[in-house]
Design a protein around this ligand. Structure first.
Ligand code: G6P
Length: 579
């Protein structure tokens, strides 16, 4: 998921583009680039890996003079994170330049055909083939026709913004299929971008392109065409958005946006290829799963599920792995890491020198991918909030795909939607918890890793002390803390552990503790001061997801009620690269 922005008008293109890139950064942030036409036939292209702020100031983007240009923030999909693979991409002549979001599925064939015709490629990306194909087509036909022909030859998904330095007009050429692209209609100036927020500073009037649209944007206006070249009319919309909110796609915090995004991203995660990982897991009897933070809770779940299939699987906190385990050739090591850069995980991976390694990771081209024999991508899109939410759900989805197969997970997106639909109830529960100083989260069996994760998220962003216990452990110590009004959140789906958990609920209530539950059981509901409901008929294999989605949202709302910014909890960082 990357971000695109284009500008044509009387203004300084480099300024508008750099500004827009900063607003698009949440979409992807491993590399960034800009191209501006500085004169007839001349382009100034600057790009590198890194964050927008650092690359744009190091390469002095805004010093480029010119009124027509485009920019891109990249979240790598094809090819490593490096300068060459950063967008925009030029053709052989250096006159045609473009930025692309999406995946060109037939890029290999196009690349081979063009290479046979003498085209030289500078990157490993699928995107670069588009500029060369455009160049090839432009040899025999006018620019717009050549662009349309090029788009017709592409298979896959794309949002494309292109321009030619030798064009007689100042214009941007756009195309959209399965990847968003919006035209921004200014006064005497025009923009285009992957989303509205990137353009809000300049206009409130927009034209969202539709699937298959091709468009030409000049300083004074725009024209939209269908694939057959006929003109199409597209509706303009006017938004009344506050710029700050809009940066987060209309949400007050990235964390909330990321929680809400899960209904979409979980499907992307389920589409990931797990075949090689599955084959390796089948071959090994001893499997060590290492991770840190939230990913460790996913590791626990993975280990529990593998143990149930008879495997010798164990989850390890990455930083402790070298002090405990002796991995050898007969050990399969699985690392789970959203960022792929957590130092504790990397050192544990390096420690397991003799073992085959699988990485479950969200970030393309991250360090862990270079240390692994097999990489499974989570496809959850970039996560900005420090507290991992959607990447955790995506990790669970990928683990479930490995264990149960994709067919069994058909209802997952609907289930997430149903749980998120209880937001008002969740907010009410947050109001009850926001004034407390402590909380316990209880779950048994497979629900314990979810209790662990729920408690972890709750404490890290609310600053309320909280602990998770397997229900059976309560009576061995922590029960002494339970007194009048003490809040205990029980993760109580109707599974084989519920009967025993019910006993724990009674223990808590007998001491004046207050039970809040996530459940689909009528008796648990009756015992609860407040309950969030798992839809009746939910497939038991999806219970962990039904539990964690509302509990992440509960942590979020409790945090906000306590006046904390959940996106940036004190003392914590998104990616921890020190041991
Ligand atoms: C940091 C983050 C956590 C995250 C952990 C592991 O501590 O604040 O949210 O779970 O790192 O990150 P990883 O990228 O390896 O999953």
């Amino acid at each position: 998921m990357c971000g695109i922005i284009g500008y044509v008008g009387p203004g300084r293109a480099s300024q508008v583009i750099t500004d827009g890139l900063k607003r698009l950064e949440y979409r992807g942030y491993d590399s960034v680039g800009i191209a501006v036409r500085t004169g007839k036939g001349i382009l100034d292209v600057r790009k590198d890996k890194g964050m927008v702020e650092e690359v744009s100031s190091a390469l002095r983007f805004t010093t480029i003079d010119g009124n027509l240009g485009l920019g891109h923030t990249r979240w790598a999909t094809h090819g490593a994170v490096c300068r060459e693979n950063a967008h925009p991409h030029a053709d052989c002549s250096g006159k045609i330049i473009l930025a692309h979001n999406g995946v060109i599925e037939n890029y290999k064939k196009i690349r081979d055909d063009l290479a046979a015709k003498g085209h030289k490629f500078a990157s490993d990306t699928d995107s670069e083939v588009i500029s060369h194909l455009f160049e090839e087509n432009a040899k025999t036909q006018p620019l717009l026709k050549a662009f349309m022909r090029t788009i017709g030859q592409l298979e896959g998904s794309y949002a494309i913004v292109a321009l030619s330095a030798s064009d007689n007009e100042d214009r941007l050429l756009l195309a959209r299929k399965n990847s968003p692209l919006v035209i921004g209609v200014g006064k005497g100036e025009m923009l285009c971008a992957s989303d509205i927020p990137a353009m809000l500073k300049y206009t409130k009037t927009f034209v969202p392109l539709q699937e298959g649209d091709i468009a030409v944007v000049t300083r004074m206006g725009y024209k939209v065409y269908l694939h057959d070249g006929s003109e199409a009319i597209r509706k303009q919309i006017t938004v009344d958005w506050n710029l700050d909110l809009a940066q987060k796609g209309g949400y007050p915090h990235f964390m909330l946006k990321e929680i809400m995004d899960q209904t979409h991203f979980v499907n992307e995660s389920l589409a990931t290829d797990v075949s090689e990982a599955k084959r390796l897991i089948e071959k090994y009897d001893r499997i060590d799963i290492i991770a840190a933070g939230t990913s460790y809770h996913a590791a626990l779940m993975f280990a529990y599920l593998l143990q149930r299939t008879g495997k010798g699987a164990q989850a390890f906190v990455a930083s402790d792995y070298p002090f405990i385990a002796k991995p050898d050739e007969k050990t399969l090591v699985i690392g789970i890491s959203q960022s792929g850069e957590t130092a504790d995980v990397l050192q544990a991976f390096r420690y397991a020198k003799k073992s085959r390694k699988i990485a479950l990771v969200n970030t393309m081209g991250s360090t862990i991918t270079t240390l692994s024999d097999c990489v499974v991508y989570l496809n959850a899109g970039p996560e900005v909030g420090v507290a991992a939410t959607k990447t955790f759900t995506s990790t669970l989805a990928v683990i479930f795909k490995i264990i149960y197969g994709k067919q069994s997970l058909a209802g997952v997106s609907r289930l997430i939607e149903a749980m998120l639909a209880q937001e008002n109830e969740i907010r009410k529960l947050a109001q009850l918890l926001a004034l407390k100083e402590n909380a316990f989260f209880l779950g048994r069996g497979l629900n314990f890793p979810m209790a662990y994760e729920a408690s972890h998220k709750f404490k890290e962003i609310t600053y309320i002390h909280s602990e998770a216990y397997p229900g059976g452990e309560l009576k061995h110590g922590a029960l002494s803390l339970v007194c009048e009004g003490f809040p205990v959140i029980v993760l109580a789906p109707k599974d084989d552990s519920l009967q025993k958990l019910f006993g724990n609920i009674k223990e808590v209530k007998a001491r004046g503790g207050v039970i809040y539950s996530v459940t689909d059981d009528k008796e648990v509901m009756a015992e609860s001061a407040f309950h969030l409901d798992i839809p009746e008929g939910t497939d038991p294999i999806l219970y962990p997801i039904a539990l964690i989605v509302p509990l992440h949202l509960l942590a979020y709302h409790t945090s906000v009620l306590r006046g904390i910014n959940p996106d940036r909890p004190r003392n914590l960082a998104k990616t921890v690269t020190v041991e």
